[in-house]
Design a protein around this ligand. Structure first.
Ligand code: T46
Length: 135
C-alpha cells in the first residue's frame, strides 16, 4: 500500500541471543524525535482509529504479536507484526487500527516528531476527504 512498507533490520544472532541495531536516518527513513511503546493491552481492545497529517512512524513488535489494519481511500490491508527485526513504516494520511495484541506484547514506535494532538485526524469522514486529495 502506498505510504506503508516493511523494513527489515539486522538480526545479529550469537550464542548469547539476538541483537537488532536501529540507527536514525540509516535504517529509519527519518530523524527519530520520539519513542513510545504500547504494552499490557487487554483482550479485545482496538487502538488507533486515526491517521496523521504529517507524522512518519515505524512500528516494531518487540515481543508477542499485534495485527494492524491499514487503510487509504482506495484500499485496505491487514498486516501482522510478530518479529523484533521487522518494522512497519507508516507515512502520513494512512488510517490505522491496532488489535489482537497477544499477552505480553510490546509495540515500540519510532516517530519523526514530538507529540502533537493537532497532527491527528480522528474523524474517518474528514480523513477520507483529506486523503482523497492525495491518493
Ligand atoms: C499511532 C499509534 C501507532 C501522549 O501523551 N504522548 C504520545 O507520544 C502519544 C503517542 C500519546 N499520548 C497520549 C494521548 C492519549 O491521551 O496517550 C494517550 C493514548 O494515545 P492514543 O489514543 O493516540 O494511542 P493509540 O494507541 O490509539 O495511538 C498511538 C499513537 O498515538 C499514534 O500516533 O500512530 O499509536
Amino acid at each position: 500500500m502506498f505510504n506503508t512498507t516493511f523494513i527489515k533490520f539486522k538480526d545479529i544472532k550469537d550464542k548469547y541471543g539476538h541483537l537488532t541495531p536501529i540507527e536514525s536516518k540509516i535504517n529509519i527513513p527519518f530523524e527519530i524525535k520520539r519513542v513510545y511503546y504500547i504494552t499490557k493491552v487487554d483482550d479485545g481492545v482496538i487502538r488507533g482509529f486515526h491517521a496523521h497529517k504529517k507524522l512518519h512512524q515505524v512500528l516494531i513488535c518487540l515481543n508477542g504479536s499485534v495485527k494492524i489494519k491499514l487503510k487509504n481511500p482506495n484500499s485496505e490491508e491487514l498486516v501482522e507484526l510478530n518479529e523484533p527485526s521487522v518494522g512497519l513504516y507508516i507515512g502520513p494520511l494512512i488510517w490505522r487500527e491496532m488489535f489482537d495484541f497477544t499477552e505480553g506484547s510490546v509495540l515500540l514506535v519510532l516517530a519523526s516528531d514530538y507529540y502533537n494532538e493537532k497532527d491527528y485526524i480522528r474523524n474517518y469522514d474528514f480523513y477520507l476527504e483529506e486523503a482523497k486529495k492525495v491518493f
